[in-house]
Design a protein around this ligand. Structure first.
Ligand code: SF4
Ligand code: SF4
Length: 56
């Protein structure tokens, strides 16, 4: 299990500094989560204004 960022992401960047393990990075079209590092804390989902970060 890991969180993923779906197509709703508008690249606002709010989630990136909230991640305790720094596994969120800016991709070409939207932000991305490194699933192998994600600890499922939910911090990104809590700050995302468009609910793009979801548990897969
Ligand atoms: Fe980072 Fe937590 Fe979001 Fe995983 S759920 S990407 S660890 S903020
Ligand atoms: Fe994308 Fe949501 Fe992160 Fe903003 S907070 S960059 S919309 S996933």
């Amino acid at each position: 299990m890991a969180y993923v960022i779906n197509d709703s992401c508008m690249s606002c960047g709010a989630c990136e500094p909230e991640c305790p393990v720094s596994c969120i990075t800016a991709g070409d079209d939207q932000y991305e989560i490194d699933a192998s590092a994600c600890i499922d804390c939910g911090a990104c989902a809590n700050v995302c204004p468009v609910d793009a970060a979801v548990m897969e």
